[in-house]
Every structure is written in structure tokens, then in C-alpha cells.
Design a protein around this ligand. Structure first.
Ligand SMILES: *Cc1c(COP(=O)(O)O)cnc(C)c1O
Length: 224
């Protein structure tokens, strides 16, 4: 099995789904894509050859920070043959109320994702021009290393912007990052994403705190 997260959390690295699908299929493997950051409104990996798509429905599909949920998509045979028996036996089943909330969320998904993408790009462009900022990551930025791939397979850049602050040392960068977070007025400080609220977090010490320093360095998750 090949497993991709594209765009990735938190640096919005983009993988070429069609190219990876071809490599996977030539090796007799299946391609799974975590499509959390785009949601089905901006990217449909199965069209590019993915076999299975997973979503944290907690994020954009709810879109309003109300419930926890997830979705696994794939062929009828895969879902009924592999996923359904597991769900029935092990019990990770949505309550009826949560399912209803997610269905209501999907009614506004497309329009929310479109606005998220526009707003995030405006913020990313502002940050890119700011003298205290070292690097900005958002797939719709022309400076994004995989901008062209992203624009081929996504209809928008998505809601998440990552940025790295300048600082003489990594510790100084961390202090600067925490100062920015503590001084925001509009943002909720939380590791969640995909809410109507604007949220901000410091991945190095929160969402990625349990990842080893080596793995964080390899993924580009730095203190700043
Ligand atoms: C949050 C997130 C997950 C996990 O979602 P849960 O709802 O917390 O299980 C998986 N992939 C990505 C890219 C995420 O951002």
C-alpha cells in the first residue's frame, strides 16, 4: 500500500497523485490518499488513479468544529469487503446525530472551500511580503515548489497557510512564533483546522510534538 497526504499537514507539500498511482499500480500496490486538506470540493484523488481516499470529516466536511468523524471511500468491493466488516465488528460508527451534522456540513462545503482558498491565498501573499517572515507555504502561491502540480489536480489552494518566522537561532524562531500566536486577536489557538473560525497553532510543540526531532527535521517542521 502507498499512503499519501496531499497537500500535507502542515507544510502543504503536494504529491503528483497520477504519477504515484502509476508507480503503485506497477508494483501491484494500492494508493491511499488522505484528502483532508482539500476536501472533495477541491480535489478528487480517485479521478487521478487513487484507489482509496480517507477524510477526517472533523475538519472541512463538518466545517464548523462541532463533531468528530471520518470517511473512507473506495470501490464497492473494498468498502463492503474490508471496511464494513471492520466497522460492524469493532464499532467506529457515527451516531445518527453526528452523521446528520456532517450531511448538513456537506451542503455548504463547496462554497466554504472556495472562500477558504481565496482568504488563505490573500493571507499567504501578505505574509510572503512581511519582513519578519522567512518562508510561506500555500499551494496557490506561485513560489510553492509544487504549485503547478497542485493547480493541475486541485481547484483551489485550500484553507491552510504555514509560515516560518525569521530568527537568529531556532530558539529565537520559536520565541518569535509563540509571540505571534499569543498576539493574534482573531485566531483561536488550537491544533484543529477546518472550522469557520480562523485557528493558529505551533506544529513543532503541538500536533507534531510526539514526532522525533529527526522526523520533524526531515518533514520541514521547524521551531519557527
Ligand atoms: C487532522 C488530520 C487527520 C486526523 O483527523 P482526526 O479527525 O483527528 O482523526 C488526518 N489527516 C490530516 C491531513 C489531518 O489534518
Amino acid at each position: 500500500m502507498f499512503f499519501l497526504e496531499t497537500p500535507s499537514n502542515p507544510l502543504t507539500e503536494v504529491a503528483d497523485i497520477a504519477a504515484v498511482a502509476e508507480i503503485a499500480h506497477n508494483a501491484g500496490a494500492q494508493l491511499v490518499v488522505d484528502n483532508c486538506f482539500c476536501s472533495p470540493a477541491l480535489q478528487q484523488p480517485i479521478k487521478f488513479g487513487a484507489d482509496i481516499v480517507v477524510h477526517s470529516a472533523t475538519k472541512h466536511i463538518d466545517g464548523q468544529g462541532r463533531v468528530l468523524g471520518g470517511a473512507v471511500l473506495g470501490s464497492h468491493d473494498f468498502i463492503m469487503g474490508k471496511v464494513f466488516p471492520f466497522v460492524r465488528t469493532a464499532g467506529p460508527t457515527l451516531s445518527a446525530f453526528n452523521a446528520w451534522v456532517l450531511l448538513k456540513g456537506m451542503e455548504t462545503l463547496a462554497i466554504r472551500m472556495e472562500r477558504h482558498s481565496t482568504n488563505a491565498l490573500a493571507l499567504a501573499e501578505f505574509l510572503e511580503s512581511h519582513p519578519a517572515v522567512a518562508r510561506v507555504f500555500h499551494p496557490a502561491l506561485k513560489s510553492h515548489p509544487q504549485h503547478e502540480i497542485a493547480m493541475r489536480q486541485q481547484s483551489g489552494g485550500g484553507a491552510i497557510v504555514s509560515f516560518e518566522l525569521k530568527g537568529a537561532t531556532p530558539e529565537q524562531q520559536r520565541a518569535n512564533a509563540w509571540r505571534v500566536i499569543d498576539n493574534t486577536r482573531l485566531c483561536s489557538i488550537t491544533g484543529n483546522l477546518g472550522d469557520t473560525r480562523t485557528t493558529i497553532t505551533h506544529p513543532y510543540t503541538t500536533t507534531h510534538a510526539r514526532v522525533s526531532p529527526e522526523a520533524k527535521a526531515a518533514a520541514g517542521v521547524v521551531k519557527g
